[in-house]
Design a protein. Structure first.
Ligand SMILES: Cc1cc2nc3c(=O)[nH]c(=O)nc-3n(C[C@H](O)[C@H](O)[C@H](O)COP(=O)(O)OP(=O)(O)OC[C@H]3O[C@@H](n4cnc5c(N)ncnc54)[C@H](O)[C@@H]3O)c2cc1C
Length: 461
C-alpha cells in the first residue's frame, strides 16, 4: 500500500494518512508520493505565489513524514497524464495492492482518478476538503439546495444529528524508528514567504483570531484597512489546514455556537459554510468546472470584452480609487479583501460588461488562495449568473462602496500613493478636486458610473 498526497499536504486530520497509518505494518510500504506538475498547475491558472506556497508545504511535509518513517517522494512530472503513467509503472513494478489518497473535487482531477482506475491502479479515495461529506446536505426532494440559507440550516441540522469526523493530530510517539535518509527538498521561489507555514499559522494566528478577533469579525470584516478577517483562505484552499479541524477548534472555544446563529462569532462560521456550499454545489454541478453559467439563461450574454478596459482593470487604472487600490493589493500581495473582491468583480462585469470568466481567470492567476469552487462561486455571485447570486439589477456604486468601507481613504492611500495628499472628502472620486487644483496625479475614470449602470441594466435585461 502506498500513499498519494494531492490537495492535502498535511498530517493533521488527513483521512488517507490516518487509514494508511492504522493498517498493519505488513500491508504498507511506508512510501508516499506528491507530484509537482507545474505544466498542469499553470494550465489550471495557478498563480506563482500559490505554487510557491504549495512547494513550501511539500518540503515541510517531507520532513514531517520522515519522523513517521514515511518516505515522501516529490516527483517532478508535467501533468496528470504523466502522473497516471508514473503510478501505473510504480504499482506494476512494486506489486502495489492499494493506492490511498483523498479525493479532489474538480473535473480534470476526477478524470485523472477515473483514468487511474481504468488502467488498473488500485486507488482508494477518502474525503478531506469539507466538513460534511459532499452529497449529504440535500433538500426534501433529495437534491442540492439552490439557495444558501436553507443549505446552511440543513448543514447545521446534519452536524447536530451526526456530528462530524475529526481525526486529530498524528501521534508521532507511536511511529516506528525513522529509516528515511536524504530528506528531499524541491526549489521554490519564496514569493509566499509572508505567509507562515500552516503549522505556525494554526498555533499562532488562528488561535489569536479565535481569542481576540472573532467577536469583532462582524463589525470589521468589511473594512479593508483593518485586519479583521482570519487570513485562513490560502491554507484551506491548498488543503494544508483541515476544515474539520477549524470547526473542531471553533466549537472547542464556543461549544454552543451551532445554536447561536445570531451571535457575532457565528458570522465567521457562516463564511466557512459558504465555502462548504460552493464545494457541495460544484460536486453536484460539475459543469461549473467547465466555465458554464450556473443560471443557463445567461450563457449567451454577449459581453463586450474590450481589451483596453480589461487591461485598465487588471492594472488598477480605472480611475475609481477603491477598484484600483484593490487590484493593486491583488497584484502586489497575491491576496484581496473579500469586500473588494465583490466590488472589483461587480465593476468588471457590470460597469465594463466584461465576461466574469476573464475576471475569474485573472484572480486564479494572481491569488495565493485561488480555489476553483469559491472563486467560481464568488464571480458568478457578482456577475448575477450564479447560484443564489445577487440580482442583476444590483450594481455596486464604486464611489459609495468606497465612502462606506474606506471612509477616511486609508486603504486607498496605502495602495495609491499618488492620492496621498487628497483630502478624505475627495479621495473616493478625486477627479474634480484634481482638476481644480490643476494636478495631474491620477487616471481619468474609464466609464461614468450612472451611464454604465443603465447600460448594465439594459444588457442583462
Ligand atoms: C469574486 C470573488 C472571488 C473569490 N475567490 C476566492 C478564491 O479563489 N478562494 C477563496 O478561498 N475564496 C475566494 N473568495 C471568497 C473570499 O473573498 C475569501 O475566502 C476571503 O476573502 C479570504 O479571506 P479570509 O480567509 O481572511 O476570510 P474570512 O473572512 O476570515 O473567512 C474565513 C473563510 O471562510 C471562507 N469564505 C469566506 N468568504 C467566502 C465566500 N464568499 N465564499 C466562499 N468561502 C468564503 C474562506 O475559506 C475563508 O478563508 C472570493 C470571493 C469573491 C467575491
Amino acid at each position: 500500500m502506498i500513499l498519494w498526497f494531492r490537495n492535502d499536504l498535511r498530517t493533521h486530520d488527513n483521512p488517507a494518512l490516518h487509514y494508511f497509518l492504522t493498517r498493519p505494518n505488513s500491508e504498507i510500504t511506508r512510501k508516499a508520493f506528491f507530484f509537482v506538475s507545474e505544466k498542469q498547475w499553470i494550465e489550471h491558472d495557478w498563480s506563482e505565489i500559490k505554487i510557491d506556497f504549495i512547494k513550501r508545504h511539500a518540503n515541510a511535509l517531507v520532513s514531517e513524514l520522515a519522523e513517521l518513517n514515511i518516505d515522501l517522494e516529490l516527483v517532478l512530472v508535467p501533468d496528470f497524464t504523466a502522473q497516471v503513467t508514473f503510478l501505473k509503472n510504480y504499482c506494476d513494478t512494486n506489486k502495489i495492492k492499494e493506492v490511498i489518497a483523498n479525493s479532489e473535487l474538480e473535473f480534470n482531477e476526477q478524470q485523472r482518478d477515473s483514468n487511474c482506475l481504468a488502467q488498473g491502479i488500485p486507488l482508494t479515495l477518502f474525503e478531506a476538503d469539507v466538513i460534511i461529506p459532499k452529497g449529504k446536505v440535500l433538500n426534501q426532494s433529495g437534491a442540492m439546495f439552490k439557495v444558501f440559507t436553507p443549505f446552511k440550516k440543513a448543514w447545521i441540522k446534519y452536524i447536530a444529528a451526526h456530528g462530524f469526523d475529526y481525526l486529530g493530530k498524528v501521534n508521532t510517539t507511536d511511529a516506528s524508528p525513522c529509516n528515511v535518509n536524504n530528506v528531499q527538498q524541491i526549489e521554490n521561489s519564496n514569493t509566499s514567504a509572508a505567509w507562515p507555514l500552516a503549522k505556525e499559522y494554526e498555533s499562532t494566528a488562528l488561535i489569536s483570531f479565535f481569542k481576540d478577533k472573532i467577536t469583532e469579525y462582524a463589525d470589521y470584516r468589511d473594512i479593508p484597512s483593518i485586519k479583521g478577517t482570519s487570513g485562513i483562505s490560502p491554507y484551506l484552499a491548498a488543503g494544508v489546514i483541515s476544515p474539520r479541524f477549524v470547526l473542531f477548534s471553533l466549537l472547542h472555544r464556543f461549544p454552543d455556537l451551532l445554536l447561536a446563529t445570531d451571535s457575532k462569532e457565528f458570522s465567521w462560521l457562516n463564511e466557512i459554510i459558504w465555502r462548504e456550499f460552493y464545494r457541495h454545489l460544484m460536486f453536484h454541478e460539475q459543469r461549473l468546472c467547465k466555465h458554464q453559467c450556473f443560471n443557463q439563461k445567461y450563457q449567451s450574454l454577449s459581453w463586450s470584452n474590450n481589451p483596453i478596459t480589461f487591461n485598465a482593470w487588471c492594472e488598477g487604472k480605472t480611475g475609481y480609487p477603491l477598484v484600483d487600490a484593490a487590484m493593486r493589493q491583488l497584484n502586489q500581495t497575491g491576496w484581496m479583501h473579500n469586500r473588494l473582491r465583490m466590488v472589483v468583480a461587480s465593476f468588471l462585469t457590470k460597469h465594463l460588461l466584461i465576461d466574469w470568466r476573464l475576471g475569474e481567470k485573472y484572480f486564479m492567476q494572481h491569488l495565493i488562495d485561488g480555489d476553483l469552487a469559491s472563486n467560481n462561486g464568488g464571480w458568478q455571485w457578482a456577475a448575477s449568473t450564479g447560484c443564489d447570486a445577487q440580482p442583476y439589477f444590483r450594481v455596486f456604486n464604486p464611489i459609495r462602496q468606497s465612502e462606506r468601507f474606506d471612509p477616511d481613504g486609508s486603504f486607498i492611500r496605502k495602495y495609491l500613493p499618488e492620492l496621498e495628499s487628497i483630502p478624505a472628502k475627495h479621495v473616493h472620486f478625486p477627479h474634480q478636486y484634481i482638476e481644480n487644483q490643476q494636478l495631474a496625479l491620477y487616471w481619468p475614470p474609464i466609464v461614468e458610473h450612472k451611464t454604465a449602470r443603465l447600460q448594465a441594466l439594459a444588457f442583462y435585461k
